[in-house]
Write a protein that binds this ligand. Structure first.
Ligand SMILES: [Fe+2]
Ligand SMILES: [Fe+2]
Length: 283
């Protein structure tokens, strides 16, 4: 039977989104029940980009249409964008464990709980993807009905050679950004009378706090091994890899609950002139 790291790679390559979500959930259960071993994997074998279905139309980041949440088309566009984020989040969590579980910055003792944490995240993301696509279908649409862009994967993929940088950019910046923007989306959905979509986003929001918390915990652990000050190192890495990604407004309360205090992101001054066209759209 293939080991966990090879299965994670195979699921990264899986093109069918429903299969990817399902196989992720099966893998997480196997690891939880101790019916699969970690194994060995060379990170060079991992795909540059995760598998995507042929029917999915990729567009430039600026070309994803913005629509008002007050209209049915607007809500479908919003949920479609979130479904794509969740699909990328499955891949990012699998890539995290497939690429970095054997990283020298982790102690031998830490490795199994690193794998457990990111498989739990992947499992949550698979569930989020399924919840959102189910809601899309209730609204008469489906995943793949609209164009998507690759900004999220590309932003994280730039950090593929550095575990601390990956933790800084994926969970601590990109997922933390989700904590900032989700509560206003929930409010808008409720105001538009779409309680069902709002309820799905509420579940996702609470669970995303846990994902950011895992990111902070592992980032701090890696910084300790490297003798770096976490808050300062976080800012250095964000400036190097994605300065435009760290911008207000911040949901300080939710970030605080995840252990991401203001010390990590206060007094941060990106060079907007260089990075303003990075192309990640949040709202
Ligand atoms: Fe998620
Ligand atoms: Fe997440």
């Amino acid at each position: 039977m293939p080991d966990l790291l090879h299965r994670a790679e195979a699921i990264l390559r899986e093109c069918d989104p429903e299969q990817k979500a399902l196989q992720t959930r099966i893998l997480a259960e196997k690891w939880q029940n101790s019916t699969i071993r970690l194994g060995k994997q060379d990170a060079h074998h991992l795909p540059e980009t995760p598998g995507r279905p042929e029917y999915l139309q990729t567009v430039m980041p600026g070309a994803v249409p913005r629509r008002r949440i007050g209209t049915p088309e607007g809500r479908i566009a919003l949920l479609h964008a979130i479904a794509h984020i969740e699909l990328n989040a499955i891949d990012l969590a699998l890539d995290m464990l497939a690429r970095f579980s054997l990283d020298p910055a982790l102690t031998e003792k830490d490795r199994p709980s690193f794998v457990t944490d990111w498989l739990e995240v992947a499992d949550d993301e698979a569930r989020h993807f399924t919840m959102i696509t189910k809601r899309l279908m209730q609204l008469g649409s489906h995943y793949g009905a609209l164009g998507v862009h690759q900004g999220l994967w590309e932003a994280a993929h730039n950090t593929r050679n550095d575990l601390a940088a990956r933790l800084a950019i994926a969970p601590m910046l990109l997922e933390a950004r989700g904590l900032d923007v989700t509560p206003p989306m929930i409010e808008k959905l409720e105001r538009a009378g779409d309680e069902k979509s709002a309820a799905v986003l509420k579940v996702i929001f609470e669970e995303e706090i846990g994902h950011v918390a895992k990111g902070v915990r592992w980032f701090n652990a890696v910084c300790e091994t490297k003798g770096e000050t976490p808050q300062r190192h976080f800012q250095t890495l964000v400036k190097r890899y994605l300065p435009a990604g760290l911008r207000p407004p911040f949901n300080h309360e939710a970030r605080e609950r995840a252990g991401l205090s203001r010390l990590y992101y206060q007094n941060f001054s990106p060079d907007w002139g260089i990075y303003k066209n990075f192309g990640i759209k949040w709202d």
